[in-house]
Ligand binder design. Structure first.
Ligand code: ATP
Length: 581
């Protein structure tokens, strides 16, 4: 688990965070955290106090005083110490309530803040960031969904148990040394044995698990392959051999598990009996101390013993924090890295000019490579120019860089060399939001089905599950209602290239338009057509000019005509013919 986290950190170029860095992000919660910690500290005093009260109660119930036949002192003391337990109950309850609430609320607020900050920063990122496979949607959503909440475990109620335990044990040791230092030394010497027993147990279990898993995996692989290919296995009479192979791989894990059971038994036995060893040794030693007159009051032996053994229990709770803390530091490392990441093109910046845009577009000697494919130059000194209101169509073989030009116009990327200009202003100086809000990007392949507009809207819905009004409402939301209503067949118009084209033509009226054309039929009316090849413009002109030239554009149209003829011949058998280019 830890190795896996380390690998992720390394991959991301991030470093493990620590508590102080996490606390820095939790600064707005400092008052709540302080209050919760104060309660944890007060709660830490409850166990040492309990150990003292416990001895007092034993003393109260000790053999009768012959001078007190009515047991008045026992009654009075009994009432008093019972009341003291009530006080402890109150302190414990209240401090726990405040601790859990305030640590909990702080942790939740930190999670919420981190989540929204991380998401905001992701929204600022440019296309290069999302091209990187390390920032795949799956990875980013895991960071948001699981890594962010993991960070909170560094400051939730578990951190309280660390303070609590520290105070508790310190007080316990203090009380122990105060009442009988010899006994305190003995108890402190025995206690670490418990830790050793548990440590050995963990180490042994972790050590063999890896090898066992490998062997189990091998046997699983054999079983899977044998069953998947059972016919071949039977034909080659391999059953017996595979059976022995399978058993061979099972042998080691089974042998190890038997040994593990024995060792587990020994270590569990040792760990659970150590407490009683402690009491045995301490009482025996206590008797010696009393009779050797090393302690004045025999009750001090009990006070010492209880002070350490009662408070030591809190160490267990505190230790639950550390594995969670370790996970939190890894997750925080990844999250903080994401938060500190700066985009090359900040999609949410307020900086940059906001000029009036009339739509003159120029690309001047643009060189471009995608950061994810640095060895392939996509645009090699590309020049183009479109005047306001003109329609420029980019054509060329697939992969020649047409969409890349559009991406540069939208400033999804910046050119490596050269400049992309809007109204004579380099895009790098214009505010990206301002720029993009003056552009409309229409996907090359609108996903529409070859049926009526109405059917496209209700596609996939069961008949009768929608009303006419709902269809119109959806169309209005998509801003197409007015346009559709003006069509002769309205919502019954069949969707096809023609309709899409009509919609685009209407939308582009009076606007500069850069069209990446796959179907050349859609661009015959363009003011300018440019043929892109290997990152350069190799031909430029109107449809008619280029057709007369009989160059690259003409060749492309010929290719499409042949292809379309082939398709429409096929279709005409079923549908009675479609428009030809
Ligand atoms: N984000 C990216 N990272 C790396 N390479 C990319 C990226 N986007 C596109 N490419 C590559 O850049 C080249 C140009 O792609 P582009 O999409 O601009 O071509 P196109 O002319 O629009 O192609 P098509 O007509 O098939 O849409 C292609 O080889 C493509 O694989």
């Amino acid at each position: 688990m830890i190795n896996c986290h380390l690998l992720e950190l390394e991959e991301e170029g991030a470093a493990k965070a620590n508590l102080f860095r996490i606390l820095k992000y939790a600064r707005p919660e400092w008052l709540m955290l302080l209050f919760a910690t104060l309660n944890a500290i007060i709660q830490g005093c409850v166990f040492p106090a309990f150990s003292l009260l416990f001895t007092q109660i034993i003393q109260t119930f000790s053999p009768d005083d012959i001078n007190d036949p009515h047991r008045d002192k026992m009654r009075k003391d009994g009432h008093f110490w019972a009341l003291m337990f009530l006080v402890l109950a109150g302190v414990m309850g209240i401090t726990m309530l405040f601790q859990a609430t305030f640590y909990g609320v702080s942790a939740e607020r930190l999670t919420k803040r981190l989540r929204s900050k991380v998401f905001r920063n992701i929204m600022r990122m440019d296309a290069t960031y999302f091209d990187n496979p390390k920032h795949s949607p799956g990875k980013i959503s895991t960071r948001l969904a699981s890594d962010v909440p993991t960070v909170k475990s560094a400051i939730d109620y578990r951190i309280g148990s660390v303070f609590n335990s520290f105070v508790s044990i310190s007080c316990g040791i203090g009380i122990a040394f105060y009442f009988c230092w010899q006994m305190a030394l003995l108890v402190l010497a025995i206690f670490p044995l418990l830790g050793v027993a548990q440590g050995l147990q963990m180490k042994f279990l972790a050590g063999v698990a890896g090898k066992d898993a490998k062997e189990m995996e091998n046997s699983g692989k054999i079983a899977l392959e044998a069953i998947e290919n059972i016919r071949t296995v039977q034909a080659l009479t391999l059953q017996k051999r595979l059976y022995y192979h399978f058993c061979h791989h099972l042998d080691r894990p089974h042998r190890m598990n038997r040994r593990k059971a024995l060792l587990q038994g020994l270590s569990y036995g040792f760990a659970s009996s150590i407490f009683y060893f402690l009491y045995a040794a301490s009482f025996r030693f206590g008797v010696w101390l009393i009779f050797a007159q090393k302690v004045d009051n025999p009750m001090n032996v009990l006070r010492t013993l209880f002070a350490i053994s009662f408070t030591a229990g809190s160490l267990g709770w505190a230790s639950a924090y550390f594995p969670e803390y370790a996970k939190a530091t890894f997750a925080a490392g990844l999250i903080f890295k994401m938060l500190e990441e700066e985009p090359h093109i900040d999609g949410m910046t307020q900086n940059g000019k906001r000029p009036e845009i009339s739509g003159a577009v120029d690309l001047i000697k643009v060189f471009f490579r995608y950061p994810e494919r640095p060895d392939v130059t996509i645009l090699e000194g590309l020049d183009l120019s479109v005047k306001p209101g003109e329609t420029l169509a980019l054509v060329g073989p697939s992969g020649c860089g047409k969409s890349t030009v559009v991406s540069l116009l939208e400033r999804f990327y910046d050119p490596l060399d050269g400049a992309v200009m809007m109204d004579g202003e380099d895009l790098r100086g214009i505010n990206p939001t301002w720029l993009r809000s003056h552009m409309a990007l229409v996907s090359q392949e609108p996903i529409l089905f070859d049926t009526s507009i109405r059917n496209n809207i209700v596609y996939g819905l069961p008949e009768g599950s929608y009303t006419e009004d709902q269809i119109i409402e959806v169309a209005m939301k998509a801003n197409i209602h007015n346009f559709v209503s003006q069509l002769p067949d309205g919502y019954e118009t069949r969707v096809g290239d023609k309709l899409v084209q009509e919609a685009l033509d209407k939308a582009s009226e009076g606007r500069t338009c850069v069209v990446v054309a796959h179907r050349l039929a859609t661009i015959v009316n363009a003011s300018k057509i440019m043929v892109v090849k290997q990152g350069k413009i190799i031909e430029m002109g109107t449809h008619n000019e280029l057709m007369q030239k009989k160059g690259a554009y003409w060749a492309l149209t010929q290719k499409q005509t042949i292809k379309q003829n082939a398709t429409s011949d096929q279709e005409s058998d079923d549908e009675g013919g479609t428009a030809k280019f």
